[in-house]
Design a protein around this ligand. Sequence first.
Ligand code: NI
Length: 252
Amino acid sequence: MLIDTHCHLSSEYYDNINQIVEENKKASVSFMVVSGCDKSGIKEVLELKKKYDCVFATIGYHPDCADKITYNDLNVLKEQLKNDKIVGVGEIGLDYYYTKENRDKQLWLFEEQLKIAQELKLPVVIHSREATLDTINILKKYKLKGIIHCFSGSLETANIYIKMGYFLGIGGVVTFKNSKLKEVVKQISLDNIVLETDSPYLTPEPYRGKKNSSKYLNNIASYIVNIKNINYEEVEKITSDNACKIFDFNIK
Ligand code: NI
């Protein structure tokens, strides 16, 4: 059994979600944590998790929404987070890749959502792009658990997050030919890793160019098997146990 801790299973990307869910089950991906990270995405995952036993969800406002979100929107989010099968706040964070001009607004949105997570005792799923220092400095102010989604930083950064109690979300990037992430993954313990696809993005090798889906999670697991020279069952068990630990899943 594998758990995809981060994907975007949305009708925006997939014509037939029923079929995707079936394919995932056949590929031993027993559970998916779907991320709804803007207003319409959140509404969609709230319906999706009712429809499928295997779907859990995290919801939160992505830094891309920073210019649009109001206090009132945050109050709505807080109520939505109290729903059954909503297992965390995310993906939330900072993204300076496209613009740093709205940095203050991004910091505000990020921090308000960390406060909500703390109040509701929920884990967080962190999106951080070109913003490592700010991300670490803010997270240090809160006692939270969670995942650094799509981690692709240095070993030094990995160790900082691990020391703070965060798990690293490892996905397709680890399979890319020139990825430095392989070396990082080699050096950190499996106890600090969860698997994710971030589908439909970041399709792993050898499927690059195709649309990503949770069914490819076993490819990512296989790459980690090779990198760390351990057996597949170990990767499967430990990463799934880690996901259960973070999200408080009670699944057997
Ligand atoms: Ni994502």
